[in-house]
Design a protein around this ligand. Structure first.
Ligand code: HPA
Ligand code: ZN
Length: 339
């Protein structure tokens, strides 16, 4: 397929995004605009200077900059604008359903109220549902470099907004912060009715994926790249239909892989894993959903059937009800039949 044909094919596919940190969709232009509006000086003097800093050797180098960027978010309107910018962008890429992570602790640690953060994000998601026809779920993520006690405080703060929050996740610095550190707070979160997911096996070993499954009882793994080193783990993921939310451009930018040709998604599909493609932190890693689909398809020479499978998996692995899943999946199939 030519570049133009592959791009056009991908642009037309209805798809769901299941691994997106809203703070990671903060484009430098909007960041500067909001920093001026709030009178908060960024450490960088220009958009160009900031973009120059987006060169990472590992997850931690990225996180250090990601947390700096988030510091300009203060008011409900800021969180609304951030979320609305993401939604309008992915709407142009035929994303029809999103499951969005937010990191409350990144903001509450700076004195911003939990309510301010979630009100802004939720109002934009509702507007996106009404005006752009994008359905959504919201996932509150605990920062794993902080203590379990801190996560418990966050769980407590979330309770007045429980009806808006569908699940909890675990993100930030993986190495040295295993899922086992958060067993109690995940149990308490499940007792509140939250669904459970966790980042595991991005930089950390396959043991962290086992822990996320067996100790935290998650129903989906974010990233999970490292599972291929363990046949028993692969068998478990397949048997229990545990989806992986992979993020190829993120993996490349954070040196989880050295080149896109090394990305494990094709092998995972071949082994029957419910693999999906997502953008993680698109403002930092050079692409939203379509760029992730495109770069992966090109480098791994994915067939049309494999690309279709990825889109179907994105709905299968979502938290939509069965009726909505089936509707989207048949739309994906008709699209591929029509081309
Ligand atoms: N990994 C861990 N934490 C994160 C990421 C990620 O890819 N993105 C934002 N927070
Ligand atoms: Zn992530």
């Amino acid at each position: 397929m030519t570049k133009d044909n592959l791009e056009a094919l991908i642009e037309g596919i209805p798809k769901a995004e299941l691994h997106l940190h809203i703070e990671g969709s903060f484009e430098p232009e909007l960041m500067f605009k909001i920093s001026k509006r709030n009178n908060i000086k960024l450490e960088y003097n220009s958009i160009n200077e900031l973009k120059q800093a987006y060169k990472f050797n590992n997850l931690q180098e990225f996180l250090d900059i990601y947390y700096i960027g988030a510091q300009v978010l203060i008011h409900e309107q800021d969180f609304f604008d951030l979320t609305w910018a993401y939604l309008t962008k992915v709407h142009s890429q035929k994303v029809v359903h999103v499951e969005v992570f937010f990191d409350p602790q990144t903001h509450t640690e700076r004195g911003v109220e939990f309510a301010t953060v979630i009100n802004g994000i939720y109002k934009a998601l509702k507007k996106g549902e009404q005006e752009l026809n994008i359905s959504f779920r919201l996932i509150m993520s605990y920062l794993r470099h902080l203590s379990e006690e801190e996560a418990f405080k966050t769980l407590e703060s979330s309770l007045p907004f429980k009806h808006w929050i569908n699940g909890v996740g675990l993100d930030s610095s993986e190495k040295g912060n295993p899922p086992s550190k958060f067993v109690n707070v995940f149990k308490a979160s499940a007792n509140q009715g939250y669904k459970l997911v966790a980042h595991a096996g991005e930089e950390g070993p396959s043991e962290y994926i086992w822990e996320a499954l067996d100790l935290l009882n998650v129903i989906r793994i974010d990233h999970g790249n490292r599972c291929l080193t363990d046949d028993k783990l692969v068998a478990r993921l397949v048997k229990d239909s545990i989806a992986l939310t992979l993020c190829p451009l993120s993996n490349l930018e954070l040196k989880v892989i050295q080149k896109m040709e090394d990305h494990p998604v094709a092998k995972m599909l071949n082994q029957g894993i419910l693999a999906t493609i997502n953008s993680d932190d698109p403002a930092y890693f050079g692409g939203y959903m379509n760029e992730n689909y495109y770069e992966t398809s090109k480098a791994l020479k994915l067939s049309k059937d494999q690309i279709m499978k990825l889109a179907i998996n994105s709905f299968k692995a979502s938290w939509l009800n069965e009726e909505a899943k089936n509707k989207h999946i048949s739309e994906v199939k008709s699209y591929f039949e029509s081309i």
